[in-house]
Write a protein that binds this ligand. Structure first.
Ligand SMILES: *Cc1c(COP(=O)(O)O)cnc(C)c1O
Length: 410
């Protein structure tokens, strides 16, 4: 049977007219992927909540595992495709695939690229699921070799490279230590050795940093965080060259089932419109609060790439420009219990995981965290990861102040 595999082009009058790299990030965030609805002339595209599509007269021409024809929503849906256009443009990438979560993007990438006998190098500071996938699942189940490296030092990366190294995966800024890794240096050494590079760009967002422009092969985003930005839907994306993404798309959606729901894709599309505005506020608020925390004697350290005191501030400036995101970590010189008491005394800032939401979120990571051994020493006595939200920065500073006083530590 001949498998038909012609890419069905979505009609994109507006998108095609303005899909021009000379237009600014802000303009593309508003327009790319949106268009006039052909049925109603509505100036916003509708949500298509259908699982299945009418088959052609002779369905045997279809590839049931294909992702280009409208067959079944697990193979891909229209809202997802609109969002893929927008994210690809914002990442300055040839193509993008949007999936159900950031972890679906990471696992889809690893599953597609890696085979038994391959070797992967990954950063000591990464999202927890990367550690689980590579260090506990892929190596034990599929005999993929893995090496954890402090990728801040390029010499460590060089000496970890082997003949079978297929991929270097880094995260910068790293969650939760805010470590900064030089993306273009890593890409240079990797490509000299025919190795692919993936960068988890979630903490920066493509507004502050674009890994593809810096030489990476893949940029991964948890859309759940800044790109959706409102804490109400999950998604993930992989951006990069079409030659790889065509394969990853099939594996991660049709076969692994990580397809995003049309409703979540639509919500994220809406959130992405204000990404530039929100990131400006996150960047400004976080820098101000980082400086405020640094001025308090009870605070043992503040990790934020925008501070001069950050050990890789110069690299952050080189690859992030002037925006360093909304996440920072800090330590308090007090007991375990007082850390929790401080959080309970906060009124505006909420104790919850996740980051990049509209509201400020804080999480206490205790001194017995399982990955503490991979972090710099100052993180070993327990610390806070603080995702600074869009609230007024003075209100946030006052909230921290009153909670420190109420806890009896200021
Ligand atoms: C949250 C996060 C992820 C995972 O994304 P989900 O959408 O929660 O699956 C991956 N990487 C980083 C850096 C994250 O912060």
């Amino acid at each position: 049977m001949i498998m038909k595999n012609n890419k069905k082009q979505i009609k994109n009058e507006i998108t095609d007219k303005i899909n021009n790299k000379k237009l600014s990030f802000q303009t593309r965030a508003v327009h790319i992927g949106n268009d006039i609805d052909k049925d109603t002339n509505a100036i916003k595209r509708p949500i298509t909540m259908a699982n299945s599509y009418k088959l052609p007269h002779d369905p045997s021409v279809l590839n049931w595992s294909g992702v280009d024809d409208n067959i079944y929503t697990r193979n891909g849906g229209s809202n997802q495709k609109y969002l893929e256009k927008r994210i690809a443009s914002l990442e300055n990438a040839e193509d993008c695939i949007v999936l159900s979560s950031g972890v679906a993007a990471l696992s889809g990438l690893f599953f597609s690229l890696l085979e038994t006998g391959d070797h992967v190098i990954f950063s000591n500071v990464t999202y927890i699921a990367v550690y689980r996938l590579l260090n506990e699942l892929f190596n034990k189940k599929f005999k993929v070799e893995t090496t954890i490296v402090d990728t801040r030092d390029i010499a460590n990366v060089k000496s970890a490279i082997k003949d079978n190294t297929k991929l270097i995966h880094i995260e910068t800024p790293g969650n939760p230590t805010l470590s900064i890794v030089d993306i273009s240096e890593i890409a240079k050494i990797a490509h000299e050795n025919d190795i692919l590079v993936s960068v988890d760009n979630t903490l920066a967002s493509p507004y502050n940093q674009r890994p593809i422009e810096l030489g990476a092969d893949f940029s991964i985003e948890s859309l759940t965080k800044y790109i959706n930005g409102h804490g109400d839907s999950m998604g993930g994306s992989i951006s990069g060259k079409a030659e790889y993404l065509d394969i990853i798309r099939r594996d991660s959606q049709v076969n692994l089932g990580g397809t995003i729901s049309p409703f979540n894709a639509w919500l994220i599309m809406r959130g992405a419109v204000t990404l530039p505005l929100r990131m400006e506020q996150h960047n400004k608020n976080a820098l101000k609060i980082a400086k405020f925390l640094e001025s308090l004697s009870i605070v043992t350290f503040v990790a934020y790439p925008g501070l001069n005191s950050h050990n890789n501030h110069d690299i952050a400036v080189k690859q992030m420009g002037s925006g360093f995101g909304g996440v920072l970590s800090f330590g308090l010189d007090t007991s375990h219990d007082k850390h929790n008491e401080f959080v309970s005394n906060l009124n505006i800032i909420t104790s919850a995981v996740s980051l990049g939401h509209d509201e400020s979120l804080i999480v206490f990571i205790g001194e017995d965290d399982e990955r503490q051994y991979l972090y710099p020493e100052e993180f070993n006595n327990g610390f806070f990861r603080f995702s600074v939200g869009l609230e007024d920065s003075n209100d946030l500073i006052n909230d921290i102040n009153q909670a420190l006083i109420k806890t009896g530590i200021l």
